[in-house]
Ligand binder design. Sequence first.
Ligand SMILES: Cc1cc2nc3c(=O)[nH]c(=O)nc-3n(C[C@H](O)[C@H](O)[C@H](O)COP(=O)(O)OP(=O)(O)OC[C@H]3O[C@@H](n4cnc5c(N)ncnc54)[C@H](O)[C@@H]3O)c2cc1C
Length: 379
Amino acid sequence: MKKIVIVGGGVAGTLTANYLASHLRDEIRGKNVSITLISDKDKQLYEPGLLYLIFNRLHESDIFMPIKYLVDPLIDLKIETATKIDLDNEKVYTDKNEYDYDYLVIATGSRVAPEEIPGLTEAGYWFYNYEGAVKLREALANFAGGKIVVSVMGVPHKCPVAPIEVSFMLHDFLKLHGIRDRSQIVYTYPINKVFTMDPVAEMVERMFEERGIEYRTFFNPLEVDAKNKKIITLEGEEESFDLLISIPPHKGAKVIFDSGIGDKSGFVPTDRFTLKVEGYDNAYAVGDATNLPVSKAGSVAHFEAEVVSENIAAEIKGYPPTAVYTGKAFCFIETGFEEATYIWFDYYTPPMPVKPNKFVHWMKMAYNKAYWLTARGIL
Ligand SMILES: Cc1cc2nc3c(=O)[nH]c(=O)nc-3n(C[C@H](O)[C@H](O)[C@H](O)COP(=O)(O)OP(=O)(O)OC[C@H]3O[C@@H](n4cnc5c(N)ncnc54)[C@H](O)[C@@H]3O)c2cc1C
């Protein structure tokens, strides 16, 4: 019996598990293969929905789904917290059990670490996890005008385009509520442009200027002065705010630190083509958990899950494992409440955003509803 263990029940973990179940249906039924998915939560959160939750455009019932409804019945789902991953001895320990494996897939994601910036927890908001998004939803509902700063406080972070999207959506939100003229939106980014990739940066800078959204570049927050409501940067600048929407620094999962298998931020050293954990032939990392220089995005997790599941299934069936990940990513970019664009890119091809339009926006809205089919491996 070949045992496959997957740790993490986000999009990367559930998709890998579902694809594997579909490739190995006969082997599982014949009791030659088992797939165990370990998740510390019994519900999956559709994180992209948080961008809409803060503006009351999606709600809790849209963005949470019990994982048992997402996974193939051939998968053994365990709601347990992995406490240690022992790559040398091929074992995963949880708060309830221990599991041997022949193949391991680490899909433990990333998490926000606002505590890394002194003062941020007291004075700032964020929408990068559910708890933060709920507080921001409340703050936005009560906002009566003033200065909003959207500040990216560390890279890498999930969904590189979400800070841009929230800035455009804020512009429309304030206009709808009749308070745009008594409000200021300021976007800050750590490097010398508003986004890492030139074609996107150029488009966004132009669109920010058209909408009167200000931006500051080379802006690396050191601390937040909660009493005086201002950000202080490494470059010696200060930016005051009435409402601070931060994208806090990100870290890997606690179990990665506790197992000593990550880099200093807790991301797993991963081969950019095979997605194998560096130095291990039967352990893979997918999704936000990797240290790869690719977007921490659901679409990346999706394409990576395809590669890893194909290769593990091929080895088990006795075929050569030849699938490679080529850095493929796809992102919608909302440019307000009515229009959006999108980008495709990979290791070799830079992104080229199309002119924002209503059709792409409605595609994104439709995808928000269809997401649960993706997590099941159907779409
Ligand atoms: C506001 C926002 C907007 C976004 N928009 C987009 C978008 O438009 N398009 C896009 O492609 N991506 C988007 N993303 C990014 C996308 O949501 C993430 O990249 C994706 O969720 C990563 O999936 P994952 O499975 O790797 O990690 P996660 O979704 O973080 O899942 C990891 C899971 O592992 C669990 N886990 C961690 N440690 C343990 C443990 N010890 N034991 C058991 N389980 C554990 C976690 O609880 C979690 O459930 C967005 C993200 C945010 C926050």
